[in-house]
Write a protein that binds this ligand. Structure first.
Ligand code: ZN
Ligand code: ZN
Length: 151
């Protein structure tokens, strides 16, 4: 993964979709293209303001919306109903979120055919798309969970 190349590609896409590339918008693109962690709008705002004190929250929301519209970032949903954003995955992948530390990984290879087949038979729907995300505890967080039964 080459982040600086991605930044150029993202800026190019934004510009060719009629989006003016101001310095704060560039800062948001650099943050999102380079982040391995899913970031919420407030986090992007805080991180962005470190280098660009004039950055506004409205700019953050609009730029994130635009990046999502262009398919460059994807929403990661949190159990509390909020969401964060992460650079979009390539191909058919799903997110796996650690609810303890917020780490997001992707996984491929789901077989939902038995489920969609049954739902289709029960409801009469022709099912052609799905959205799936898993929650859990990552290996690192699991190793920090102390087992009370241990001496
Ligand atoms: Zn974790
Ligand atoms: Zn899938």
């Amino acid at each position: 993964m080459n982040t600086s190349l991605d930044v150029l590609r993202w800026l190019d896409l934004l510009q060719s979709s009629g989006y003016r590339l101001t310095t704060p918008r560039r800062a948001i693109v650099e943050l999102m293209a380079g982040s391995q962690r899913a970031l919420g709008p407030i986090e992007v705002f805080d991180l962005g303001r470190a280098g660009h004190p004039g950055l506004g929250l409205v700019t953050v929301y609009r730029t994130l919306e635009k990046l999502e519209e262009l398919g460059l970032i994807e929403r990661v949903h949190l159990p509390d109903g909020c969401h964060r954003y992460l650079r979009a995955t390539h191909g058919h992948q799903h997110f796996l979120l650690c609810t303890t530390c917020g780490l997001v990984q992707t996984f491929a290879g789901d077989n939902l055919d038995p489920l969609t087949g049954r739902v289709s038979a029960d409801t009469g729907f022709a099912i052609n798309e799905h959205w799936l995300q898993l929650y859990g505890t990552c290996p690192d967080c699991r190793s920090h969970i102390t087992n009370p039964s241990e001496p």
